[in-house]
Design a protein around this ligand. Structure first.
Ligand code: SF4
Length: 212
């Protein structure tokens, strides 16, 4: 068991586990402020056991760089932790059974990491958080999402999947635009936290903590 995920998990009713080399765990600091959620691992991730290490991962790194986000400070994961493939050769999209079964792991990851913002990458991940949405109309916008919690609302900001730039270079600017929204949101949250901390320190200093 790593990060609450069984390394030999065979929970899926499909044979997704038959061809996988490794269950691909989420990666990043356990208390990251930003969490990116992709769809599922591809072949390179399946070999490495890490999310977003292939060509789409390289684009993701570049986008984060452009938006002033440090990859070492974010948590990156997928909804489905095994590589979806029918033959071991070509990739396929995860099906609904796999998303439904594996998302229990994702929900546990979200509760544990408790990020300030979650950014689903691409249509499948976005539809997990905002069912029946069209990625082109929700990308770069803020949404509230409660998951399994009645009390706690989380911020979701979807964006296109970085792999889009592999097929269409013109998409690169659009992807940067989306990633900058996440960078800005995070910086705003950091400023708010700093203001709150300064206020707290001030009231502590003057012995009026009850004013907070
Ligand atoms: S996709 Fe998830 S639930 Fe299904 S077998 Fe792999 S780790 Fe288990």
């Amino acid at each position: 068991m790593i990060n609450g995920i069984e390394i030999n998990c065979r929970r899926c009713p499909t044979n997704i586990w038959k061809y996988r080399r490794m269950v691909v765990m989420g990666s990043g600091p356990p208390n990251a402020d930003i969490m990116f959620v992709g769809e599922a691992p591809r072949e390179m991730e399946d070999r490495a056991g890490k999310p977003f290490v292939g060509p789409a991962g390289k684009i993701l790194n570049r986008l984060m760089n452009e938006a002033g986000i440090d990859r070492n400070e974010v948590y990156i994961t997928n909804i489905v932790k095994c590589r979806p493939t029918n033959s071991g050769v070509t990739n396929r999209a995860p099906n609904l059974d796999e998303v439904k079964t594996c998302s229990d792991y994702l929900l546990a990851e979200i509760e544990k990491v408790d990020p300030k913002v979650i950014s689903p990458l691409g249509r499948t991940a976005t539809n997990f958080f905002i069912p029946n949405s069209s990625i082109s109309s929700v990308r770069g916008k803020e949404f509230e999402w409660r998951g399994r919690s009645i009390w706690k609302a989380r911020t979701i900001i979807p964006q296109y999947h970085p792999a889009m730039a592999l097929y269409n270079k013109n998409m690169f600017d659009v992807l940067i635009e989306d990633m900058k929204v996440i960078g800005e949101y995070n910086r705003e949250q950091e400023s708010i936290n700093l203001i709150y901390k300064n206020h707290k320190d001030f009231y502590k200093e003057v012995g009026k903590e009850k004013c907070l």
